[in-house]
Design a protein around this ligand. Structure first.
Ligand SMILES: [Zn+2]
Length: 234
């Protein structure tokens, strides 16, 4: 009996090793998917960014790009470490809570988080839309009446903006950000009470062009966009 139990435990441990990556997604330390040192380094205060392309709303980064944050984003997006989505989603949620407490964002229990658009094939090749996954994790932490509205899509003909300069990115994106479907009535003030405030979410901000296009498109549809949050500014 004891031998059976030991064997079952060994089998379960082996299965757990298969399911949970054994390297920290921030620093590569073995034995844990996310180590305490990386957790502490991401415990930062949000800071406002001044992107080259003005998005028309304040944009905040939750941490510096580099170190564990950069590794975690790359591991999530490029190496399909989906176990890092809750880690980074919590960083986003903590930042939104701080900003709401400071009065820089509306109350954090009634918000619509709209992920910045990703091109469909880019999302597929990266194993899903990671920005939407991050926003959902953040919404789970914030609870209440926080909802994720993946309303935006980038037209199929745009090129991947990675590697393009600010001007090229703007031209590449101009008119390319579209609504997947009409916005929910609560976001345009057509339901009961005032419109739910909208916050645009992205992973890493480089020039600001993507967030700017997203804000413009949402506002044109009647949404009350109050700000944008990103994990980090590159
Ligand atoms: Zn680590």
């Amino acid at each position: 009996m004891a031998g059976d139990r030991a064997r079952s435990r060994a089998v379960l441990a082996a299965l757990a090793d298969l399911a949970v990556p054994r390297e920290c997604g921030g620093c590569g330390r073995p034995g844990t998917p996310w180590c305490d040192a990386c957790r502490a380094r991401l415990d930062d205060v949000p800071r406002q960014l001044s992107p080259r392309v003005d998005p028309g709303v304040p944009v905040w980064a939750m941490a510096r790009y580099g170190g564990p944050m950069a590794s975690a984003v790359v591991n999530l997006k490029e190496h399909r470490r989906r176990d890092l989505a809750p880690v980074l989603g919590r960083v986003l949620a903590d930042g939104i809570l701080s900003l709401a407490q400071w009065g820089d964002l509306p109350a954090s229990d009634r918000l619509a988080l709209v992920p910045a658009p990703t091109r469909a094939w880019a999302a597929r090749s990266r194993g899903g839309d990671t920005v939407t996954a991050l926003a959902r994790e953040a919404a789970d932490v914030l609870g209440g009446r926080v909802r994720v509205v993946p309303a935006l899509v980038t037209a199929a003909w745009t090129r991947d903006s990675a590697g393009l300069g600010a001007g090229a990115r703007g031209a590449n994106l101009a008119g390319a950000v579209r609504l997947r479907r009409p916005l929910p009535s609560a976001l345009v003030g057509a339901g009961a009470g005032p419109a739910v405030p909208v916050v645009v979410v992205d992973d890493v901000l480089t020039t600001g062009a993507t967030v700017a296009q997203a804000v413009r498109r949402l506002r044109r549809s009647g949404a009350a966009v109050t700000g944008a949050v990103v994990l980090a500014g590159a």
